[in-house]
Design a protein around this ligand. Structure first.
Ligand code: GTP
Ligand code: MG
Length: 297
């Protein structure tokens, strides 16, 4: 067996700090959806970089926060479980330490994880001293292996981060096939891209109450594209009305944006039909969560 450096890196942190954006920046492809709304990611997402010398498997996780229902409880469990059994953890932050991050630090202490503190969104910082202030606020909280300021959007210091990461990886063999990029199937990525557009086009409770399920998909010989039929599931009739919008205008713009992004990101031409359905309290329904693959491991 050819020896190379290889290992797993868990990307963890509070909601909305830019974990999924970082995964995409590292891999150089949009594998995970991102949005300005917290609690965008609901499951563990793997992305890999493989070269002749190393293979790093990055594990994007849901933001760690308070649990309001079974969905957020399961989602936080997924994030916690991802900290264990990794060769390195990236704790991603975008502001100074405060008590809302204490339970994450406690978890790192419990698992004694080798951790880099990743200060993200530095493109937004007005002065360089802001980076120092964040580092100073964390320096006595945990024994971090490195402090790495980055921007996932501008890709600042992403190469440096990879270099520092490779240095921490143990010698071993390939963990996945050479051409493995992600564990997200095309169908899951489609569902997620549709959900991303819901997150971007709606406000308040609606985005978090929505799930997407692809009901049917087949290749249409005549049009030369895939016909995709997806359900958007929400918890209340009022949310359904908001999603549909006046004369169907909202669901139409969500559909158009999703179709365009699926075409661009997955290089797949589709005809997309969206149906909105109500399933009361689905976020507390274990069967529904299981069918969405949330929390299984
Ligand atoms: N300016 C700036 N914005 C960023 C950067 N990285 C992420 N963002 C933005 O921050 C928001 C949250 O990004 P995500 O990648 O979805 O954050 P996340 O940590 O995965 O969020 P959850 O999945 O909800 O836990 C999005 O609007 C991103 O565009 C960055 O480096 N600079
Ligand atoms: Mg995310």
């Amino acid at each position: 067996m050819i020896k190379i450096k290889s290992g797993f890196v868990a990307i963890i942190g509070r909601p909305n700090v830019g974990k999924s954006s970082l995964l995409n920046a590292l891999i150089g492809e949009k594998i995970a959806i991102t949005s300005p709304k917290p609690e965008t990611t609901r499951n563990r997402i793997l992305g890999a970089i493989t070269t002749n010398d190393y293979q790093i498997i990055f594990v994007d996780t849901p933001g760690m926060g308070k649990s309001y229902n079974l969905l957020s409880k399961k989602v936080t469990q997924v994030a916690k479980a991802s900290v264990e059994d990794n060769d390195l953890v990236y704790l991603v932050v975008d502001q100074k330490y405060n008590d809302s991050s204490k339970f994450i630090i406690d978890y790192l202490k419990k698992t004694n994880s080798k951790t880099f503190l990743i200060i993200n969104k530095i493109d937004k910082f007005k002065t360089k001293s802001q980076i120092d202030e964040i580092i100073l606020s964390y320096v006595n909280i945990y024994d971090f292996k490195a402090f790495v300021p980055i921007s996932s959007i501008d890709k600042t210091h992403i190469d440096k981060l990879i270099e520092l990461t490779v240095a921490e990886m143990p010698e071993g063999g390939l963990l996945f096939e050479e051409d493995f990029i992600s564990d997200q199937s095309k169908t899951i990525r489609m569902m997620e891209l549709i959900r991303e557009k819901i997150l971007l086009h709606t406000e308040a409770e609606v985005p978090h109450s929505a799930a997407v399920v692809i009901e049917n998909m087949f290749y249409n010989e005549e049009s030369g594209q895939y016909d995709v039929f997806a359900d958007i599931i929400v918890e209340k009739n009022s949310q359904k009305q908001i999603l549909i919008g006046k004369d169907g205008s909202k669901i139409k713009s969500i559909g158009t944006a999703a179709r365009r992004d699926i075409n661009k990101t997955l290089d797949t031409k589709i005809h997309l039909e969206l149906w909105v359905k109500v399933k009361k309290n689905w976020r507390n329904d274990p069967k529904m969560l299981l069918s969405l693959g949330i929390g299984e491991d």
